[in-house]
Design a protein around this ligand. Structure first.
Ligand SMILES: [Zn+2]
Ligand SMILES: [Zn+2]
Length: 299
């Protein structure tokens, strides 16, 4: 995260506290974690990976194949970034002190016998380990780990980001890293639907009448719901695969230029809860809702 991106994030957080009713408290938390990431990368700059061969990339994209780039992360840096998140988390929310202590203990142990670099799967397993061995809740773990992956991937993949012909991509998953998206944007000009990768920030156009997860195009099985008075967010669902994805309607908040959707996503997690209570699961695989919250309403 460079200075420009950091400032844009903070502006978007401010905007989102006005746009979304339930973002107040969480916004301070998120703003602080963003700041910690910014300061971390100032001290620990990431060297981007060389760009993927342009012609080779185009060939794959035209064939409908994602480049599926999943760079390994340095174990030590990954742990240090998590520790710096932990430090600021206790400052904002002292109640997390014990949880952060448990996390740090686990991270120390983890460092002892892990390889120098971590694959995507290793990182996923680390997340699961922390949920299992500490009091870290699933929603907070999803935030910390998705933000961590986004912060690293975006920097590692920047040179490839610049050469990939996303205009040729029609798939539901990310053309660069292969992850399944969690959100998208309806453009303020013509309402065209653009999906965005939560993991590396790549954006691409996607037809509105198609499920990005199972490619279902049966209109009868596709739909969306929104909440009265806040039509900025739509929960798009597919009754064939029972998964959902959120879209933000830029026509409703008059955004011009770049919108930092990752912040809009965090500001509207109450919609994820609604989607889960309606029986849909996140097509991205990112679980933003704790299980006990889902069960609560079913009585
Ligand atoms: Zn991606
Ligand atoms: Zn589907």
């Amino acid at each position: 995260m460079n200075e420009l991106q950091y400032k844009k994030c903070q502006e978007e957080i401010k905007l989102c506290t006005r746009l979304y009713d339930n973002f107040g408290d969480a916004s301070i938390f998120i703003s602080t974690v963003c700041k910690a990431a910014y300061e971390f990368f100032k001290e620990n700059p990431v060297t981007p990976l060389p760009a993927y061969d342009k012609d080779e990339a185009e060939k794959l994209i035209r064939a409908g194949q994602s480049l599926a780039l999943t760079p390994k992360l340095k174990t030590k840096k990954t742990v240090e970034l998590l520790q710096s998140f932990g430090r600021v988390m206790t400052e904002v929310n002292p109640k997390l002190k014990e949880t952060v202590k448990q996390i740090n203990d686990q991270l120390e142990k983890f460092l002892l016998d892990e390889p120098e670099e971590l694959t995507k799967e290793d990182i996923f397993n680390l997340r699961d380990l922390l949920i299992k061995e500490t009091e870290l809740e699933e929603d907070l773990a999803t935030f910390l780990f998705s933000f961590l992956q986004y912060s690293f991937y975006r920097q590692y993949l920047q040179p490839t980001f610049e050469v990939v012909r996303t205009d040729l991509w029609e798939g539901g998953n990310c053309p660069l890293c292969g992850e399944k998206p969690h959100y998208g944007l309806l453009s303020s000009e013509d309402g065209a639907k653009q999906l965005e990768c939560w993991s590396c920030g790549t954006k691409w156009l996607h037809t509105r009448i198609k499920c990005p997860y199972c490619d279902n195009t049966d209109m009868e099985k596709l739909g969306f719901f929104t909440v009265e008075d806040n039509e900025k967010v739509r929960v798009n669902y597919c009754q064939k695969c029972c998964q959902y994805c959120k879209t933000f309607d830029a026509r409703k908040f008059h955004a011009d230029g770049d919108v930092v959707l990752t912040i809009h996503n965090l500001a509207s997690l109450d919609y994820d809860l609604l989607a889960r209570r309606e029986g849909f699961t996140p097509g991205s695989g990112l679980e933003w809702v704790n299980k006990d919250e889902i069960i609560e309403t079913q009585d």
